[in-house]
Ligand binder design. Structure first.
Ligand SMILES: [Zn+2]
Length: 239
C-alpha cells in the first residue's frame, strides 16, 4: 500500500494479517512510536518498525521521517508492555451512530494492545473473532444499526462507572465519560449499540462527524468492525 513502508527484514517478522491491521491503523490514525505525535496516511507516510526484546517483539508504526522501517532492539520492552496491558486492556467511548432514521447512542470499544506477537508468534489481537464467536455481528459501517446481540448487557451507574458483559463473561469494568443526553437516550431505549474494533483510535477524538464515519468505515473495510444492539440499564452506584 502507498504510504506505508515495510523493510524486507520487517516483513519477514510480521504476519500478513498483522500488516493489514497496521495498514488500517495507518489510514485511520496512528501515533508515531518515535515522537509520540499523531499521523495519518497519506498525509504523513508511515514506516512499520519492529521493537524487539529477546524473543518478544512488537510491530508498531512511526512517521517514516522519524524512524526508517527496521528492527530495533529495546531491552526491557516485554516487561513494560505486559505491565501496561494489565493496567488498561481497552478503551471505551460514548458516541452517536448516524444510522438511517436518526442517531442512536452507541458504545465504542477498542482494545489497547494490538499487533503484538509473543515468542511463539501468537497473536494478542483476537478481538473481532472472539466477539463474533460470542454473538456480535460483522458491521459494514456507521449507516446501519446492527442486529441485536442477545445476552450482552451494559450497566451504567450515575458515577461514571460502566460494566459490559457478554453472555457469562465480563468484557469491561471501568469508567465511561458520557453526557446527560446520551445517558437519557440509553435509559429511554433500554439498549444501545455496541461497536468494537481494533484501530478505532479512541484515544484521539475525531475532529468531525465525517472523520468518525470514515474511521468506522476503514476498520469495517478491514473486516474488523463488529457490533450489536445490547441491553443497557442504569444502576445505582450506592448499591
Ligand atoms: Zn514521529
Amino acid at each position: 500500500m502507498d504510504g506505508v513502508l515495510v523493510a524486507p527484514e520487517v516483513a519477514a517478522l510480521v504476519s500478513a494479517e498483522d500488516l493489514e491491521l497496521l495498514r488500517t491503523d495507518a489510514v485511520v490514525s496512528y501515533s508515531c512510536v518515535a515522537c509520540g505525535e499523531a499521523g495519518r496516511v497519506p498525509q504523513r507516510p508511515a514506516a512499520v518498525v519492529i521493537l524487539r526484546d529477546g524473543l518478544f517483539s512488537l510491530a508498531k508504526l512511526a512517521h517514516s521521517g522519524c524512524a526508517p522501517s527496521s528492527v530495533y532492539d529495546v531491552p526491557g520492552l516485554q516487561a513494560r508492555v505486559l505491565a501496561e496491558a494489565e493496567a488498561t486492556t481497552s478503551r471505551v467511548a460514548a458516541a452517536w451512530l448516524p444510522v438511517q432514521g436518526g442517531p442512536v447512542p452507541a458504545l465504542l470499544f477498542e482494545p489497547v494492545t494490538r499487533a503484538a506477537v509473543d515468542g511463539d508468534g501468537e497473536r494478542v489481537d483476537g478481538l473481532a473473532s472472539w466477539m463474533l464467536a460470542h454473538g456480535l455481528h460483522l458491521v459494514a459501517g456507521a449507516a446501519v444499526e446492527p442486529p441485536p446481540a442477545p445476552g450482552w448487557t451494559a450497566a451504567l451507574d450515575g458515577a461514571g462507572g460502566l460494566i459490559v458483559t457478554a453472555p457469562a463473561e465480563l468484557v469491561y469494568d471501568g469508567t465511561l465519560t458520557a453526557d446527560a443526553s446520551w445517558r437519557a437516550a440509553v435509559a429511554a431505549r433500554g439498549s444501545c449499540v455496541l461497536i468494537a474494533g481494533t484501530g478505532l483510535a479512541l484515544d484521539s477524538a475525531p475532529a468531525t462527524a465525517g472523520e468518525f464515519v470514515d474511521r468506522l468505515a476503514a476498520v469495517a473495510a478491514a473486516g474488523r468492525l463488529v457490533g450489536g444492539v445490547i441491553t443497557a440499564r442504569e444502576t445505582d452506584p450506592s448499591r
